[in-house]
Design a protein around this ligand. Structure first.
Ligand SMILES: [Zn+2]
Length: 320
C-alpha cells in the first residue's frame, strides 16, 4: 500500500504519496505559517489533498529540530515553535482520519537514502546532509538508530574544533559550524577579507559572498574558493573518521546543497578519514553522494509511516 510523507520545513510544507517502490505518485506544496491553528490546518489539508485519489496506509511527518518520536511531538524546532509540544499523531489523526507519526527530518532523509537511494544496497549506512545546517542519520543492521527518546543521530553537532566558530546550538566548533553551507559562506567572507585580490575578495566588493558562490567559483577553478571547499571537506573527514570508528558503516552518503561540490569536498574528506580513523574498516567504507536530493526527507518519511498494526506501511526490503 502507499504512504504519505510530509516534509514540514520553516518555509514550506511538501506532502507526497509514495509507492512501496519509492515512487512519488503525487505531491502538493503549501507555504508554512508559524501560527498554531493555520499551521496545523495547512498540514492536515496538504495530507487530505495529496492522498485524495489514493489508498493510503499511514502518514509520517519529517520535521526539523528535536522530535520526541515516542510521543509524536516536536520538542523544539526553529520556525515551527507554533506546533512545539502538540501531540501531532492525535491532532492530525483527528483531522485527517489517518495514522500519523513524526520523525526528525535528517533521520527521515537517512531512511529515504537507505530504502531508495545511495544506501539501497547495504544494511549499515551513515547519512550526513550538508545544507544550511548539518543533519545526520544512522542505520545499523537495517534499523534506524533513534536513541531512547528519538533525539539521537545529531551528527552535525559533533565537536570537531573545541575553540572553533560558534554553532547555532550554542556550542563551538561543531561539524555544522565548519562544514555546512552557512559555514562555507562565513569562511568565504573571511578569505575575502584576508585576500582582497582573490575572486572572493573581488566579489565581496559587490555583495556578500555566500556558500553557493564558493561552489560556483570553485567549479571555474578559482584557487581561494577551492581552498575553502578543501577546508570544509577536511573538517567533514574528521567527523567521518569518528563516525566510522563508532558505527562501522558500509556506506556514508553525503547529501544537501554542499554535496553538489562532489569530490571538491569529498576527496579531502576521504583523505582525512584515512588519516584519522583507527578502524581497519576505514579502507572498506565507501563515501558516496546521496541520490535523492531534496526529496529524501519526504520519501524517507513515507517509508517510516506505520499502519494500524504498527508495522511500516511500505515494509522493509526482504534482503534486509
Ligand atoms: Zn552545534
Amino acid at each position: 500500500m502507499n504512504a504519505v510523507g510530509v516534509d514540514v520545513g520553516g518555509t514550506k510544507i511538501a506532502a507526497g504519496v509514495v509507492s512501496p517502490e519509492g515512487e512519488l505518485l503525487n505531491e502538493v506544496i503549501y507555504p508554512t505559517e508559524n501560527v498554531r491553528e493555520p499551521l496545523l490546518s495547512t498540514i492536515a489539508e496538504a495530507i487530505t489533498e495529496v492522498q485524495r485519489d489514493y489508498e493510503i496506509g499511514g502518514v509520517c511527518l519529517a520535521a526539523p529540530g528535536f522530535i520526541l518520536a515516542s510521543e509524536n511531538k516536536i520538542l523544539s524546532a526553529a520556525n515551527l515553535e507554533a506546533i512545539e509540544g502538540i501531540p501531532l499523531k492525535e491532532e492530525l489523526g483527528r483531522r485527517t482520519g489517518l495514522q500519523v507519526a513524526v520523525e526528525n527530518d535528517a533521520n527521515a532523509a537517512a531512511w529515504g537514502e537507505f530504502r531508495f537511494g545511495a544506501g539501497e544496497d547495504v544494511d549499515n549506512l551513515v547519512f550526513v546532509t550538508l545544507g544550511t545546517g548539518v543533519g545526520g542519520g544512522i542505520i545499523s543492521h537495517g534499523v534506524l538508530l533513534r536513541g531512547a527518546r528519538g533525539m539521537g543521530g545529531e551528527l552535525g553537532h559533533t565537536t570537531i574544533q573545541p575553540a572553533g566558530p560558534r554553532c547555532g546550538c550554542g556550542n563551538r566548533g561543531c561539524l555544522e559550524a565548519l562544514a555546512s553551507g552557512t559555514a562555507i559562506g562565513r569562511r568565504a567572507r573571511e578569505v575575502a577579507g584576508e585576500q582582497p585580490d582573490s575572486a572572493l575578495g573581488r566579489l565581496a566588493r559587490e555583495r556578500t559572498p555566500l556558500g553557493e558562490d564558493v561552489l560556483a567559483l570553485a567549479r571555474k577553478g578559482d584557487g581561494s574558493a577551492l581552498e575553502v571547499l578543501r577546508e570544509a571537506g577536511t573538517w567533514l573527514g574528521i567527523g567521518l573518521a569518528t563516525f566510522v570508528n563508532v558505527f562501522d558503516p558500509e556506506v556514508i552518503a553525503i547529501g544537501g546543497g554542499v554535496s553538489e561540490a562532489g569530490d571538491l569536498v569529498l576527496e579531502p574528506a576521504r583523505r582525512e578519514l584515512r588519516l584519522r580513523s583507527c578502524s581497519p574498516a576505514k579502507g572498506l567504507v565507501e563515501i558516496r553522494e546521496a541520490t535523492l536530493g531534496a526529496k529524501s526527507g519526504m520519501l524517507g518519511a513515507a517509508a517510516l509511516a506505520r499502519g494500524e498494526d504498527g508495522e511500516y506501511v511500505l515494509g522493509v526490503s526482504a534482503t534486509r
